[in-house]
Ligand binder design. Structure first.
Ligand code: ATP
Ligand code: MG
Length: 189
């Protein structure tokens, strides 16, 4: 599951847990992006902070791991490179790429989109405020899954933290404390 995870929240964790259960996955690898190609004009929190928050959020689940492939690669992050790097590390694995409805809608605009579908099976999950559609996507390589609706976004969490509003119960407790400890999102305009 790729994402900016700025910060990771319970919407991400429920999506991962549901897909793992429905598709019988052995492991979910969370892959925080380096510099996301589609968020170039916005300030994204340092990769190391986003990586550590993702580690904290997933630490208690033995099926969840976090990969550094995207934060260690130079340049912008593209999912095709993520999947290539993971395949090189674990050539014998069958990959599933977990994505929310909003991201799935954009997928044909991603770099080397046609190659992506040969590298992983894509699972799109429902997300409040977004239509889950597979129009134009190759049906044999894409599945959709309805998951419990959590109207949570990292954008909203950053705005709350900036405004001094609580983020408790939207993100895992350790992530609330990490945000406070490093004063993340305070200076947003
Ligand atoms: P931002 O608001 O900064 O874009 P975000 O909440 O969308 O943050 P991302 O890191 O962009 O989080 O998302 C990573 C992946 O998780 C994407 O595929 C996204 O669609 C999915 N996702 C995020 N939040 C939810 C949610 N509440 N329910 C289902 N899927 C989600
Ligand atoms: Mg997003």
């Amino acid at each position: 599951m790729g994402g900016t995870f700025d910060p990771v929240h319970h919407g991400h964790l429920v999506a991962a847990s549901e897909v793992a259960s429905e598709f019988g996955l052995d492991e979910v690898i969370f892959v925080p992006t380096g510099k996301p190609s589609f968020k170039q004009e916005q300030d994204v929190t340092l990769p190391e902070h986003r990586y550590l928050m993702t580690v904290i959020a997933t630490a208690s689940n033995p099926q969840f791991t976090v990969s550094r492939v995207d934060i260690e690669r130079q340049g912008l992050t593209y999912t095709v490179d993520t999947l290539r790097d993971l395949a090189a590390q674990r050539g014998d694995a069958d990959f599933f790429f977990i994505t929310g409805a909003d991201a799935l809608e954009q997928i044909l605009t991603w770099k080397d989109a046609d190659e992506l579908f040969a590298m992983a099976h894509f699972v799109g999950v429902t997300r409040p405020g977004h239509q889950l559609t597979v129009d134009g996507l190759p049906g044999e390589h894409v599945s959709v899954l309805e998951i419990p609706a959590l109207a949570i976004s990292s954008t909203d969490i950053r705005a709350r933290a900036q405004a001094g509003k609580p983020v408790w119960y939207l993100v895992p407790d350790g992530v609330v404390q990490y945000i406070a400890k490093y004063g993340l999102y305070r200076g947003l305009s």
